[in-house]
Write a protein that binds this ligand. Structure first.
Ligand code: ATP
Ligand code: MN
Length: 490
């Protein structure tokens, strides 16, 4: 009998319940109220699925005071029998026998502290202001369940292929990564910092005995590990103090950075393409309902727009297309020719016109190539060395490097990578040209001194991947608590 009591009180997740054959069996659900209609029907969500379960209360034998406390946002437990639903829209429902309210949520607008998520449509902008509660909406529930599965799929992908997961440091003394402005880490008194004889701030007295920052990339450390394990990856937070208030940039974002010994640029591109297709497929298989919901949401939103601005494919079709088709591979030089000759350029529709070889591509150019010209993901290779980082392998032409950027529809750059320069002399020469601190970087250059080999790697911005898979359009809506210029709430 003790066993029986235990099982009836055990909570079953809604995801499991709605897939269960109803036979009047006793079940317990714990979750948050979404709606309460006609003093009878409670829609409860527990985050395990986008679907709510309907719990039917018998108001004749439930006291009025309790009924009043069943409001949107309240947390409760219901225990009752699982029966076939009479209503439309759900297969099963719970005929409630017993109910316990864990936490109330005020609905009465004449009172203070009203629960802000009353059942009606809320704008994404409003929800961003209450990011601590927005997980409790259908949209953000879907986004963060997808985000979870994408992260899991990334680890599974690399694990299956024998990669070693490295945790590279978050605090770094090297500012040579050259990927953007950095955030300083210090314990010095900013009102009264110690000075050297020449009047500069004396970082010798700082916590680490030198000037330190938050990392912009784990790549350089990843390369060190690749020279021992062969295949490694990092997956961690990175920080960039770039003041670009765009829908594609965060000051704190997560990056996946594999680094592989004995890989050339082609191997690198193959791996990146395989990874992207693998994780998208994983999400389609494991988050089908969430993606269907977001796809419909996007479709409804786009109906408001003029025909010419609507996407040709739904989100679901776009994801499927991405899995089914090889990415287009073209060189930077070919891309410049395509852009220069395009009607878009001739009719001066680009904000930045494409004239000469050597300039960096703006996101309008990247998106033109992907969305208008090739109509599929594109991998651009062999960029001019002037617009790329010092560690990229130099080509024979003396002008370009073995870089590759993967460009996605609606996103622009999602991956940036390269084959690395493994030849010590060429690397040092390039570093000198760029006035990089060769002495301080001895540890990085040691990989080229001791058992150097051809190797390659890339960085995949995790939030840009989540943007693509969820069809959301602002990067602030795919990370739980976004950090952007002038904003670090929660
Ligand atoms: P962009 O040109 O879009 O600013 P980047 O060239 O500076 O990007 P990399 O240094 O190549 O970016 O970083 C690798 C990947 O990290 C990018 O392809 C992108 O997916 C992601 N990424 C870069 N900066 C940010 C950012 N501020 N917020 C979110 N993701 C980013
Ligand atoms: Mn890049």
């Amino acid at each position: 009998m003790a066993f029986f009591i235990h099982t009836i009180m055990k909570r079953t997740k809604i995801k499991e319940l709605i897939a269960t054959e109803p036979s009047g069996q006793e079940v317990t659900v714990k979750g948050w109220v979404r709606t309460f209609r006609n003093n009878s029907f409670i829609a409860i969500n527990d985050g395990s699925t986008i679907n709510n379960i309907q719990a039917v209360v018998n108001f004749e034998n439930t006291d009025e005071a309790t009924l009043k406390r069943i409001t949107p946002g309240a947390c409760l437990r219901v225990t009752g029998s699982l029966i076939a639903s009479q209503g439309k829209g759900q297969k099963v429902e719970i005929a409630v026998k017993e109910m316990e309210i864990y936490g109330d949520a005020e609905s009465d607008v004449t009172k203070p502290n009203v629960y802000p998520l009353q059942p009606k449509a809320h704008s994404l902008e409003f929800l961003r202001e209450i990011a601590h509660l927005r997980f409790r909406t259908n949209t953000f529930g879907a986004v963060f369940r997808i985000r979870h599965n994408l992260a899991f799929a990334v680890h599974q992908f690399f694990h299956e292929r024998g990669f070693v997961y490295m945790h590279t440091p978050i605090i770094t003394a090297s500012d040579a990564e050259g990927a953007g402005e950095m955030f300083r880490v210090t314990t010095l008194d900013i009102n009264n910092p110690p000075k050297t004889e020449t009047g500069e701030i004396d970082f010798k007295q700082d916590f680490f005995g030198k000037s330190t920052n938050l990392t912009v990339s784990g790549q350089l450390e990843g390369e060190l590990a690749a020279m021992a394990f062969g295949d490694v990856y990092t997956f961690g937070p990175t920080f960039r103090a770039e003041n670009s208030n765009t829908t594609r940039h965060l000051a704190e974002f997560w990056m996946i950075e594999p680094e592989m010994a004995f890989y050339d640029l082609n191997d690198n591109m193959d791996l990146a393409e395989e990874l992207l297709q693998y994780v998208i497929k994983y999400a389609l298989e494991h988050n089908r309902e969430d993606i269907e919901f977001l796809s419909q949401r996007l479709f409804d939103e786009e109906k408001q727009k003029p025909q010419t601005e609507r996407s040709e494919m739904t989100l679901l079709e776009k994801l499927q297309f991405c899995i089914d088709n090889k990415f287009e591979r073209v060189t930077y030089t070919q891309a410049i020719d395509i852009l220069r000759e395009s009607n878009h350029n001739k009719k001066k529709k680009f904000q930045y016109l494409v004239n000469e070889w050597g300039t960096d591509l703006q996101s309008e150019h990247e998106r033109y190539l992907v969305e208008k010209h090739f109509k599929k993901p594109v991998i651009l290779t062999d960029y001019p060395k002037e617009i790329k980082s010092f560690y990229m392998r130099q080509n024979e032409d003396g002008k370009t490097v073995r870089a590759m950027d993967i460009l996605f529809p609606g996103i622009g750059e999602i991956v940036g990578g390269s084959q690395r320069e493994e030849r010590l002399e060429l690397l040092e020469t390039r570093m000198k040209e760029l006035h990089l601190p060769i002495e301080e970087m001895y540890w990085y250059l040691d990989t080229r001194r001791f058992g150097a080999c051809p190797h390659a790697g890339f960085g995949l911005g995790f939030e840009r991947l989540v943007l693509f898979v969820t069809g959301m359009t602002n990067i602030r809506d795919v990370i739980a608590f976004p950090r952007t210029p002038k904003s670090a709430e929660f």
